[in-house]
Design a protein around this ligand. Structure first.
Ligand SMILES: [Zn+2]
Length: 355
C-alpha cells in the first residue's frame, strides 16, 4: 500500500471511531474528553498528520482534501452531539429541581416562652401598667448591694439564713450569686439619685436568684420580682392597694388579702401577705391547709437605714417594697403540683403552660 493510501485508511478509521464515540457520549464532560483525544494538540489526528511530511508533492493535495473533509465532518458531529447532550443536561437539571406543589407543607415548629418567663413578663406587665419602671441588675453581686445596703450587716443572723453561694475572685473581693432581687432596689435607687436627684421612683425588677438550700420544694435557682416605690408620702395604704390590684389582676378575680406583722431586715414595719386561696376560694383545702389563705409574699415599708445607704433622707422620703416568688405564683395560677416540672423541660408541660 502506498504511503498516501495508508494515511487515508488511517483517517477513515479515525473518522468511523470518532463518529461512533460521539454518538455514544453520555454527557458533555465525556464528549469534551473525546474531542481532546481525537482532535486535540496531542490527539490521534495530530499523530496521523505527522505522516504527511513523508508524502510526495503529488500525493499531498489528495490527502489534504481528505483531512479537510474529515475535520468538517467531525466538527459537525461534535457540535451536534454537544447540542444533544446540552438538552439532556438541561432536562436532568429541571428534573432535579422539580417541585411537587401538591405535597402537603411541612409545619415549622414554633417556639414558645417558658412558663416562668411568661410569668415574669405577665407580672412585670401588670406593674408596668401601674407606672412602675422595669429594672434589671447583675446576678453576680457584691456584699454591699446584696446585704449591707439592705440593712443586713456582716454579723446579722439573716445572712446565715440566705444560704448564699459565694464566689472566689482574684481581687479578694467577695462576690456572690444574689440571694434575692432586692439588690436591684439599691442599684435602681442609686442610679435614679445620680441621674435625677432626690425624687419619687417606682420600680419592678424581675430576675433569677440563687440559694443553696436544694430540696424537693426548692430549686438552687429560682425567680423573684422585686417591687418598690419611693415618694414623699408613700404609706402602708399604698402598699396594700398595689398588692390588692396586682394579685386580683394576675389571678383574674377579686381576691381578699391580709397583712400579718412580720420581720425583714430591710423593711420596717414588715408584713407577710396572704391572699384568699385560689384553689378552694377560701373554703379550705389541702394546699391552704384548710385555712382558706395562702402566704404569697413578704413586704413592708423600706427601712430608714436602706434609704440612708443609698443617700436618700428618710425624714423626707418613704417607700414600700415587696418581693414575689415567681415559681409559687405561676404554680398557683396554673395548678402546677411540683416545682421540678419547671426545670425538666418536658415539652408537653411547656406547651400546656407556656406560649
Ligand atoms: Zn385552699
Amino acid at each position: 500500500m502506498s504511503e498516501s493510501a495508508s494515511l487515508i485508511a488511517s483517517l477513515d478509521e479515525l473518522r468511523q471511531q470518532a463518529l461512533a464515540a460521539c454518538a455514544e457520549a453520555k454527557d458533555l464532560r465525556m464528549l469534551e474528553s473525546l474531542r481532546t483525544s481525537f482532535l486535540g494538540k496531542k490527539g490521534r489526528l495530530t499523530s496521523i498528520l505527522k505522516g504527511v511530511g513523508r508524502l510526495s508533492a503529488e500525493e499531498r493535495p489528495l490527502v489534504g482534501k481528505h483531512v479537510n473533509e474529515l475535520k468538517t465532518v467531525l466538527a459537525q458531529a461534535f457540535s451536534e452531539a454537544e447540542s444533544r447532550l446540552q438538552v439532556v443536561a438541561e432536562a436532568a437539571r429541571i428534573a432535579a429541581e422539580r417541585l411537587d406543589v401538591s405535597l402537603p407543607g411541612r409545619k415549622l415548629a414554633s417556639g414558645a416562652q417558658h412558663p416562668l418567663q411568661k410569668g415574669l413578663n405577665e407580672i412585670s406587665d401588670i406593674f408596668s401598667r401601674m407606672g412602675f419602671t422595669i429594672a434589671e441588675g447583675p446576678e453576680i453581686e457584691d456584699e454591699f448591694h446584696n446585704f449591707d445596703a439592705l440593712n443586713i450587716p456582716p454579723e446579722h443572723p439573716a445572712r446565715a439564713m440566705h444560704d448564699t453561694f459565694f464566689l472566689r475572685s482574684e481581687d479578694e473581693q467577695t462576690s456572690l450569686l444574689r440571694t434575692h432581687t432586692s439588690p436591684v432596689q439599691i442599684r435602681a435607687m442609686m442610679k435614679h439619685l445620680e441621674c435625677n436627684g432626690e425624687s419619687p421612683l417606682a420600680v419592678v425588677a424581675p430576675g433569677r436568684v440563687y440559694r443553696c438550700d436544694h430540696d424537693v420544694t426548692h430549686s438552687p435557682m429560682f425567680h423573684q420580682v422585686e417591687v418598690f416605690k419611693v415618694g414623699e408620702d408613700v404609706s402602708m395604704a399604698h402598699l396594700k392597694g398595689v398588692l390588692q390590684y396586682f394579685l386580683s389582676t394576675y389571678f383574674n378575680r377579686d381576691l381578699p388579702i391580709r397583712l400579718r406583722p412580720s420581720y425583714f431586715p430591710f423593711t420596717e414595719p414588715s408584713a407577710e401577705v396572704d391572699m384568699g386561696c385560689v384553689l378552694c376560694d377560701g373554703k379550705g383545702c389541702r394546699v391552704c391547709k384548710g385555712s382558706g389563705w395562702l402566704e404569697v409574699l413578704g413586704s413592708g415599708m423600706i427601712h430608714p437605714n436602706v434609704l440612708k445607704a443609698v443617700g436618700m433622707d428618710p425624714a423626707r422620703w418613704s417607700g414600700f417594697a415587696f418581693g414575689l416568688g415567681v415559681e409559687r405564683l405561676v404554680m398557683l395560677k396554673y395548678g402546677i403540683p411540683d416545682l421540678r416540672l419547671f426545670f425538666e423541660n418536658d415539652v408537653r408541660f411547656l406547651r400546656r403552660i407556656g406560649g
